[in-house]
Design a protein around this ligand. Structure first.
Ligand code: FAD
Length: 470
């Protein structure tokens, strides 16, 4: 009987355990992708980018003689219905670790249980399963460095190769049309702008990894912090939809290290940050939605998204150049440099004293590389309540950060049109990407004064922090 192979954020043929096992079984395989309740909950940009990924992956599957069957609805209803329709004897998928996916997957498991089909989850999209890494006393890790020490020499399986073909079923079930799903329709004007910056699909991701390892990983440690420099891999976009496996990245990094490209050491550590985020999210699911340290619940965060300073933060009009360039980078490219993410998160949560949840949700709406674990960990880390967080009194000064990390102003020039007489295309593109309702035009003056200055905001935040009894 056929195997239903349910794809989610694992849109690749190479190093895919469930796919490999299905191909080797000799049984017919029916690949499925669902617009289910979890996908329904994604923000606009992730949904839109996912749609591009699904389209590309469907073509990859055609190359090995298969089709991607698309269906829409609750996973725990659609999959049992598909089992009945196709006579499938098994439903296999790759494990996910975030709370909404876990809830969905256990509902699917329960729905399939009385049906006598084999429901099986394969090892997922991280290097180490969260429950396999334990402290000496048997708990989970709350601090990154000991986690890194615990895993760095553990060994990561060699990536699997892509199967040459999949056995087709006698008849293919009907499929929805991807266009009818209108995934990410809310992107509207932004879609055309961000589309110039996306790198979609498994083959493109592999090329991206190859180029990075060949040309840039050696200097990663010295160049990764400068947002005006292309010093990082940009693979988050692909990793988040599983267009490339993290094991493939790990092994490529290890090979680079063997070849004497020292920067690969720091890069491997970043891959493990991603793992660590999933380790935390698995053990403490509230990381995604609540203060990780509950004593922070009493902190006087502002939770009003309509405040002028929050609106200015979202629009890239705070008058703080690093923050504004970063927010505009996000609307134009769909991603944001890591240093810039730290700066805008610190500015929102500390200088503006706005709740990190506001920023976390906004990133979830706007980032094409949105990742449930890394985004939540990043926000909680930058704002204070997170595990292994930067101490609250370490408020990034966005002005001195700019002097340090964008000394030649390449980054701000690239994204803030109002700062130059002849702005580059990307700076102009910002005005094509933003909603029509935002009252902004390329000819505007740049704000003469910051909406909240670095010193003023810092002091206010420190006073509030000092008044708390942590
Ligand atoms: P590289 O520097 O080439 O690193 C390789 C890979 O390692 C990345 O692709 C990513 O998968 C992982 N990685 C690198 N840095 C981190 C980190 N700090 N935490 C976890 N994993 C990391 N990353 C996302 O993928 N999605 C998000 O939604 C996201 N939101 C963030 C929000 C905030 C407030 C902060 C501070 C960080 C966030 N990050 C997020 C982490 C990081 O900024 C991005 O992973 C990184 O900028 C991606 O660029 P790259 O692929 O060129 O990374």
């Amino acid at each position: 009987s056929p195997i239903l192979l349910w794809f989610r954020r694992d849109l690749r043929l190479t190093d895919h355990r469930a796919l490999d096992a299905a191909a080797r079984s000799g049984r017919p395989v029916i690949p499925v992708f669902l617009f289910d309740e979890v996908v329904e909950g994604y923000g606009t940009a992730p949904q839109w980018r996912l749609g591009l990924g699904v389209e590309s992956f469907a073509k990859r599957l055609e190359g090995i003689g298969a089709r991607l069957i698309l269906r829409r609805g609750r996973a725990s209803e659609i999959l049992p219905a598909l089992v009945r329709e196709t006579g499938a004897g098994a439903v296999w998928w790759t494990r996910a670790y975030d709370p909404p996916s876990r809830a969905r997957d256990s509902a699917v498991g329960e729905a399939l249980e009385p049906m006598e089909v084999e429901a099986k989850a394969f090892r997922g999209h991280i290097l180490f399963e969260p429950w396999t890494v334990e402290t000496k006393t048997g708990g989970y890790y709350k601090v990154y460095t000991p986690y890194w020490r615990a895993v760095k020499d553990c060994g990561v399986d060699t990536p699997l190769t892509a199967p040459p073909e999949l056995k087709a079923p006698d008849t293919w079930p009907k499929s929805d049309r991807l266009e009818d799903w209108r995934l990410g329709a809310g992107m509207r004007r932004g879609a055309a702008v961000v589309a110039r910056h996306v790198t979609v699909g498994e083959e493109a991701a592999q090329t991206r990894l190859g180029t990075f390892i060949r040309d840039r990983v050696a200097d990663y440690a010295t160049r990764r912090d400068y947002p005006g420099v292309n010093g990082t891999s940009n693979l988050s976009e692909n990793l988040t939809y599983g267009e490339i496996s993290v094991r493939s990245c790990w092994h490529a990094g290890q090979r680079a290290l063997d070849e004497g490209k020292d920067g690969a050491h720091d890069w491997l550590k970043e891959l493990v940050w991603r793992d660590f985020a999933y380790h935390l999210l698995w053990h403490t699911p509230h990381l995604m939605t609540e203060n990780w340290r509950r004593d922070w619940d009493a902190f006087p965060w502002n939770e009003d998204e309509t405040l002028p300073e929050v609106v200015a933060w979202k629009r890239g009009r705070t008058g703080i150049r690093f923050v504004d360039a970063a927010m505009r980078e996000m609307y134009v490219t769909g991603t944001m440099h890591n240093r810039a993410r730290m700066v805008v998160a610190s500015y929102l949560s500390k200088n503006l004293m706005s709740h990190w949840k506001i920023g976390c949700r906004w990133f979830e709406e706007c980032l094409i590389d949105w990742d449930p674990a890394s985004n939540a960990m990043g926000w909680q880390w930058a704002s204070g309540p997170g595990p292994d967080a930067t101490p609250y009194f370490r408020v990034f000064n966005p002005v001195t950060q700019l002097d340090k990390f964008d000394r030649d102003r390449r980054y701000t020039h690239r994204f803030i049109a109002e700062l130059s007489g002849d702005p580059p295309d990307e700076a102009r593109a910002y005005f094509d990407a933003i909603p029509e309702s935002w009252p902004m035009a390329p000819g505007d003056d740049y704000p003469a004064e910051p909406i909240v200055g670095p010193k003023e905001g810092r002091q206010r935040a420190l006073d509030a922090y000092a008044a708390r009894d942590f």
